[in-house]
Ligand binder design. Sequence first.
Ligand SMILES: [Zn+2]
Length: 361
Amino acid sequence: MEVLAPSCVKDKRYIGSSPEAAAAPAAPLGDSHTTAADGLTDYSPSDAPWDTHRAIADDVGGIYAGAVEFERYAARMDACSGVLRFGWVDTPETGETRLRLREAHFCRVRHCPVCQWRRSLMWQARFYQSLPKLVEEHPKARWMFLTLTVRNCPITELGDTLTAMNAAWQRLKDRKEFRPVLGWVRTTEATRGRDGSAHPHFHALLMVPPSWFTRDYVKHSRWVELWGDCLRVDYAPNVDVRVVKPRAPKSGQTPTDATAAALQGAVAETLKYSTKPADMVADESWFLGLTRQTHRRRFVATGGALKDVLKVDEETDADLVLADGPAEGEDDGSRLAFDWRSGERRYRRAPEADKPAGGDG
Ligand SMILES: [Zn+2]
């Protein structure tokens, strides 16, 4: 049985947190904090990713805390999603009642692991919400998943490299080979090379007409040539191009359901984090360099029929709260609160932050 550190664990939540939290009555003293099964995952096992992402946010925040120029990021991240409030929601199909996140506050520091996880879920949810209309308007459309890379660069040159890649994408869009594309979503990812370099690349989801596979076909070697031309480099850059295999609707499935199922992998890969948290914490100076080099840069672009499906400028706390999918039904307004315990690296019940039914929650 795990025996936790003394009161510092319990008090951690009042350090550097919001004035409301500081003013809240102290949790009842006693030994309930030692072994109680009052963790978020005890109530809701499917919410385990909260513990994982919030824990690595502490690690990343710790890197920022050690760099004077980024202390403010550290302070914001420390307060990120400190209290989560859930409502009980009935699931009519199964008759189960389960927790659903209703309130949280997010820091929106670009590389915050919690915020980029929620943002990725939110974008994916929005993409699937827009899919019925897209499938209705373009029933014969097919999908491609394209990855465009450049040679690794020193982390200190990442900003300039991204500028060159963005310019190259603009040129690529204007090439005649790209003209049949009905819509596209493009995101930027930067990973860490084993030698400490940066490996920036684009992921793009392209919606194309059926003619793409006959008269408009662009073979792999031509993509390499095109991307190299647009980049204005003298080497052949790595390009990966995959056709999303269409699926016929199974019984009971709509064409949208079938398309959504076929697209799952490509959508998840396109609309994920821009830098994986493991790379952030593996090398502090690389990560601080990445932060400097990506400041104020847009990592997502959309066009054609997919323009604005992600609504990237709409990102309130409520949007990030609802990222788990469309809100189902009303609940009674009562809120069950969990707060982050840094020392334990998990969320646990915080009854003092609960709200009764009928509140404005
Ligand atoms: Zn955050």
